[in-house]
Structures are given as C-alpha cells and as structure tokens.
Write a protein that binds this ligand. Structure first.
Ligand code: HEM
Length: 446
C-alpha cells in the first residue's frame, strides 16, 4: 500500500523557513538523513517535498505529466512565459521537435569549432596582456553568450551586448535568489524591482532585434541550408501544422539566450577554479592539451584526445552542478515508488546534495576526475547535472564539447589562479551563482 514520505520532526514552518533561508545546509541535512525523501507540511500552501533517492528522482523526471514544471510567473514571466524551459505538454512537444535538428551532430561540431575560434582569439589577447587580473565569470559569460547567439540565432551579439547581458543576468540573479518569499503563503504579494523590469525589457528587446535581423537575412536568401535554431523556428511559422501562440518565437529566443550560455559559463568558472586549487589535475590537463591541440584554434576533432580534460569537467559538474536543483509540482495525488505525493506539492530534487552523498560517491567532497575513468557518468543514477527524462538538457552535447575545448585551450597556455574563497559565497538563483564574480589572475606559462 502507498504511504506518505516521512515528515521531519520539527514543525513544518520551521523547516520551510530553513529551506528558504539556509537552503543548501538544509538540503544537505535532509539528504544525509533520508534515503528517499521527505514531505514537509507548510501552512497556507501545499507540502514541500524533497526527493533524495536517485531512483525516485529518475522516476519523477520520467513522468512530466504527473510532475509538471512550475509555470513561469511574475518576474520569470516578464522575460519569457512559454519557452522550451518553461512549457509543458503539447506546446513543449511541438517546440522540442521544431528545434531538435539544431542540436544534432553537425550543429555540435559547428558549436565546438566556433567555441574553438572564439577562445583562440581571447587567449591571444590574454597572452598579449601578460599576467593580469580579471573577472573569470564575466569572461566566460561573454564567451558563451556570443557563441550561443552565433550558433543558435545566426548572429554574434558582439562584445558590448554580451557585457550588457552579463549585467542583466546579475540583476536577474538577485531577483530570483532564494529567500524567505520562497515559502511565504501564496497570498502574500511579492514585488519586482525596477532594475529587474528594465533588464527583462532589455532581454525581450534584444530577442526581438535578433529575430528581425534573422528574418531579413533569410528573406535575402542567405544560407538556405542553415540549421540554426532561430531559422528552424521562423520556418516552422510557415508550416500549417505548427500552431504558435503570440510571442512564441521571442519567448524561445529569450529562453535560449539564457539557457544556452549561463550554465555553461558557470561550469567553466567552477572547473577553472577547481583546477587552480588542484595543481596535479591542472598539470595533467595542460600536458594533455599540449599533446592534443595543434597550433590553430582547437576543433571538434581534438575532443577524442582530451579524455582527462573531459573527466575534470564532469567532476566539476558533480561538485558544482550549475542547475543545483530541479523543481516540479505534483499534478493530482500521484504515486511515486511506494509513496503518494499530495496534489500541488512543490517537489525539489537537490542535484548538488545528491552529487555529494557518500552513499553514492566515494570521498564525495574530493575533486577526483579519475572517478569518471572508473565509472561511466551516463550509468550513474545519482549523477544528473543535465537532468534526465523527456526534459533532459537539449544542449548537453554543446556544453560538453565547447567546455572541454575551452578548458584545454586555456589551461594549456595559462595559469588561472583563483583565491580559495572564490566559491564560498554562492547565490541560489535557479543556478548557483558566485556573488561578485570570480576574481582570477591569468598568467601565460611557457
Ligand atoms: C553545463 C551546461 C548546462 C547544464 C548544467 C544544463 C543543465 C540543464 C538541466 C538540469 C536541465 C533540466 C531542467 C528541468 O528539467 O527543469 C536543462 C534543460 C534545458 N537546457 Fe540545459 N544545461 C546546460 C547547457 C545548455 C545549453 C548549452 C543549452 C542550449 C544551447 C541548454 C538548453 C536547455 C534547454 C532548452 C532545456 C529545456 C529542455 C526541455 O525541457 O525540453 N542547456 N539543462
């Protein structure tokens, strides 16, 4: 017979408040104490469910009809309401099929090669400057947002707009930061800052500009075989079988501008930080990069030889998964494993805590890239930095290819030194963001 997930001993509101104010410590504590998960009653709203068991997480992610996405509301809806990261059901399924060809093998190669060219240019500038200080996270954002716009939307947004985007993401991060209002009863109104309104408007306007630009180049007959995502979306508009709600293309572009770069930029900042603190791992990445990469920009063909670099990146995604948790909402009283989850429950799957659970990983706090030589990351249930099930990350191939080349190219030529405290103050927005950036010293090495 189905049972309820256990409730923790303290009152629901106390736990709810700890979830809203000291989230990571709270989730780590729940992870350590419960094999499957807990259900916390919250006054004024449905229970808060935290799933700690990798098998239950996998099951929930496989069943989007029962465990639905939380619809974009308030601030989030000001940027995009119905992009692929927010939509469900038929709209989601239609949109995923429309854009899927833009993420196939040929496009992964194009993404990898463009990343290679852009990181080569950046590395050349860094070498000319000699040893210098920089905000590593800003650098990685600028790199990834420009590559994403070029490959997904057919237009490089350029340095100035990439810098502006970084600033908008900082403001959005503040707006979406987890806090006390996460667990306030639903009838308590929460406000949106003026600064955020401006950032959201900026992102929407930029999206509209890019769409307009692409429509013009397409109508002039440029690159008719183009597979970029924006071209696929614009073409689908002419297909009588595709039904677009108003603003659908703009919502997709705004969504992809964010989803297509932010997590990747964060993962690069984390990996380079971890390598800075683990000199032996850095030495091995450098040795491999120098063996494998030729004189010109790194390319997709180099990936096969960069096995240790890939392991280091995988390991950074374990310790610092940019998407630190996945959120869903139960639609009806639904069965999950041997349990029933109550209608409307907010379901949290804390990837970061699961990735650091000693039941699933030996020495879980240790940065050990070679653990991915002993284990196949795709066969480990407790390791899901890109999620799983129908909503699994569509850009995973892009991220793995682009990030591996970027790390190899940078570490092959530079010492990137990051203070040990750099990742101590991570803000919980939908991603795990370093407050105030990541200060780093970049020094060319012989
Ligand atoms: C290290 C880099 C990345 C990480 C860690 C990451 C992580 C994730 C995760 C955990 C999800 C599932 C979210 C959920 O189910 O609620 C997701 C979905 C998604 N990701 Fe990524 N992602 C990365 C890079 C990318 C890139 C490069 C793109 C696009 C070029 C992208 C586009 C998307 C989209 C569109 C979805 C929604 C898929 C759907 O529902 O059908 N991501 N990603």
């Amino acid at each position: 017979m189905a049972s309820q997930l256990p409730a923790p001993p303290e009152a629901g509101l106390v736990n709810g408040l700890r979830f809203g104010t000291d989230t990571i410590r709270f989730l780590d504590g729940v992870q350590a104490r419960y094999d499957d998960g807990i259900s916390i009653p919250i006054p004024g709203r449905p229970p808060l469910v935290v799933l700690t068991g990798p098998d239950l997480v996998g099951e929930a992610l496989d069943r989007p009809e029962d465990f639905q996405r939380v619809p974009a509301q308030d601030a989030a809806a000001m940027i995009a309401e119905q992009g692929l990261v927010q939509s469900e059901g038929e709209l989601w399924s239609q949109q995923r099929s429309v854009v899927a060809p833009s993420f196939g093998g040929r496009q992964v190669t194009a993404y990898a090669n463009t990343t290679g060219e852009r990181i080569e240019e950046r590395a050349t500038r860094w070498a000319e400057r000699g040893s210098h200080e920089t905000d590593l996270h800003r650098q990685m954002t600028s790199l990834t947002v420009r590559v994403a716009s070029e490959i997904l939307l057919g237009t490089d947004i350029g340095k100035a707009r990439a810098d502006q985007f970084h600033e908008w993401m900082r403001i959005a991060g503040e707006e979406f930061e987890f806090g006390i209002d996460t667990v306030l009863p639903e009838w308590v109104p929460t406000s949106v800052s003026e600064e955020f309104r401006e950032a959201a408007t900026g992102i929407r306007e930029l999206s509209e500009d890019l769409i307009q630009q692409r429509r013009e180049t397409l109508s002039e007959g440029e690159r008719p075989d183009s597979m970029d995502m924006l071209t696929m979306l614009i073409r689908a508009e002419d297909d009588p079988d595709v039904d677009y709600p108003a603003n659908q293309i703009r919502d997709e572009v705004a969504t992809f501008l964010i989803a297509g770069h932010e997590t990747t930029a964060l993962s690069l900042s984390y990996t380079l930080s971890l390598l800075s603190w683990h000199p032996e791992a850095r030495r091995r990445v450098r040795e491999e990069a120098r063996d494998v990469l030729g004189d010109g920009p790194p390319t997709h063909d180099d990936l096969a030889g960069l096995t240790y670099t890939k392991r280091a990146y995988r390991e950074a995604l374990r310790l610092y998964p940019p998407a630190w948790a996945i959120f869903r909402q139960a639609d009806g009283d639904v069965a999950l494993g041997e349990y029933t989850v109550e209608d409307g429950s907010a379901v949290v799957m804390p990837l970061r805590s699961i990735h650091r659970d000693s039941r699933h990983f030996e020495a879980p706090e240790t940065f050990d890239p070679d653990r991915w030589q002993r284990r196949d990351p795709n066969a480990v249930d407790a390791y899901r930095p890109f999620s799983s099930g129908p909503h699994a990350c569509i850009g995973q191939g892009f991220a793995l290819a682009g990030a591996t080349l970027t790390i190899a190219r940078i570490v092959g030529q530079f010492d990137v030194d990051v203070p040990e405290t750099a990742l101590e103050d991570l803000r919980l927005t939908p991603t795990l963001r370093p407050e105030g950036g990541v200060r780093a010293t970049i020094t060319p090495v012989e």
